[in-house]
Design a binder for this molecule. Structure first.
Ligand code: S3P
Length: 445
């Protein structure tokens, strides 16, 4: 069974080149934050280009449960009437965040400093994922949590009655942890400080500033120090969500490995804390052009053009990992089609994503004839060069959208078809993936 019904296998076969323009849905990280910050502002926030994937729809539902009025006004167009910082109501039922780690972790942070109680759960993938990374810092604000062993969902959070501000150094590079602490800090008096040794995606900082919070980031020898002044009145915003670079990664990567391809993906968010994959692909020799570079809503965006390329394996700089953490599955597919070895170090966070992504990619790539090495923090792929991947396997996706999309892209460039056991989870982040890829000429059945 997939998360919401029976498993739906899908098969990808090599065919002609991929060509055309692919309009990618909205950024998932920015979409979650638009709804949550909109719910914490006083007045109406209007969002266009919202990702209408299941993860974000689950966050919309959760914000309603906490008292915000969240309405869909058109395709990708949403209106949020917020309740103000500290204004969350106590939900009348369990909050089901489905497959979304970002949704549950950010919402836990956002409610942790309000004196209400909420119980959270999710699908079989989310119920395996560690929540201690959130319950540890929110305990410092005064919140209590009661979950299953290992800090797993379902979990009840009792928000702090008299929250105190916190100074917190994130123990792992995680934008979700950083963001949960900042969201909790909103309803604490005084200054909440988050210190991160490695820079992770900074959408929360940018958007909090946009909503009128007083937030300052300093680069220091100990890392980035982010200081937020508590109890602001957040002002509602008009937000145009840019296209998701993590979704664009699939058609872009497929174009690079399918001979003769030429694909344009317009309006892609290229925030430097997210764009590591594109730098890595260029280091591998990818013919990747950034056209029409501009700033939209405080985020850098550009149109990306990708053409089939003769790629070489490289060692990916470990310090680049946080800026491309969601892109290692598709990078490993590109690496399989490159000449030489690609070494990915510093990637142990992949083990606690929607699935253990190092294990899921290693097993599927091996089944498709690729030699792979791994340890706790490393994935090494020995590339077979263009047209060199055997394929011909069924790969397990473990309720993980990015694993499913990665193996389908692999099938488009392999000698034999590649099947995924369940394409259902793709709907969490990129519901139009199969139609969009078929529109470019991909054979997906
Ligand atoms: C996200 C942060 C990352 C990323 C996830 C989205 C976010 O997770 O993998 O898809 O929107 O903050 P971590 O913070 O766990 O690295």
């Amino acid at each position: 069974m997939s998360a919401h019904g029976p498993a739906t296998p899908m098969t990808a076969r090599a065919g002609g080149p991929l060509a055309g323009t692919a309009v990618i849905p909205g950024d998932k990280s920015i979409s979650h934050r638009s709804l949550i910050l909109g719910a914490l502002a006083v007045g109406e926030t209007r969002v266009t280009g919202l990702l209408e994937g299941q993860d974000v729809l689950d966050t919309a539902k959760a914000m309603r449960a906490f008292g915000a009025e969240v309405t869909r006004t058109g395709e990708g167009a949403w209106s949020v009437h917020g309740v103000g910082v500290g204004g969350f109501a106590e939900p009348g039922d369990v909050i089901d965040c489905g497959n979304s780690g970002t949704g549950v972790r950010l919402i836990m942070g956002a409610m942790a400093t309000t004196p209400i109680t909420a119980t959270f759960t999710g699908d079989a993938s989310l119920r395996k994922r560690p929540m201690g990374r959130i319950t540890d810092p929110i305990a410092l604000f005064g919140a209590q949590s009661y979950g299953r062993s290992g800090g797993r969902l379902p979990m009840t959070i009792v928000g702090a009655t008299t929250p105190v501000p916190v100074r917190y150094r994130t123990p792992m590079p995680s934008a979700q942890v950083k963001s949960a602490v900042l969201l909790a800090g909103l309803n604490a008096p005084g200054q909440t400080v988050v210190i991160e040794a490695e820079t992770t995606r900074d959408h929360s900082e940018r958007m909090l500033a946009g909503f009128g919070a007083e937030i300052v980031t300093e680069e220091t020898p100990e890392g980035r120090v982010i200081t937020l002044a508590g109890q602001p009145e957040l002002r509602p915003q008009t937000i145009a969500v840019p296209s998701d670079p993590s979704s664009a990664a699939f058609p872009v990567s497929a174009a690079l490995i399918v001979p003769g391809s030429d694909v344009l993906v317009p309006n892609i968010g290229l925030n430097p804390t997210r764009a590591g994959l594109f730098a890595t692909l260029r280091d591998m020799g990818a013919d990747l052009e950034f056209e029409n570079e501009r700033l939209e809503g405080g985020e850098p965006v550009a149109d990306l053009r990708a053409r089939f390329s003769d790629l070489r394996g490289i060692e990916v700089p470990a310090e680049r990992a946080p800026s491309m953490i969601d892109e290692y599955p598709i990078l490993s597919v590109v690496a399989a089609n490159a000449t030489g070895t690609t070494i990915m170090r510093g990637v142990k966070e992949l083990r606690v994503k929607e699935s253990d992504r190092i294990d899921a990619m290693a097993r599927g790539l091996e089944a498709c004839g690729i030699t792979v090495e791994e340890d706790e923090d490393t994935l090494i792929v020995h590339g077979r060069g263009p047209g060199g991947v055997t394929g011909g396997a069924t790969c397990a996706t473990h309720l993980d959208h990015r694993i499913a999309m990665s193996f389908l892209c692999l099938g488009l460039a392999s000698r034999n078809p590649v099947t995924v056991d369940d394409a259902g989870p793709i709907a969490t982040s990129f519901p139009i993936f199969a139609d969009l890829m078929r529109g470019l000429g991909a054979d997906l059945q």
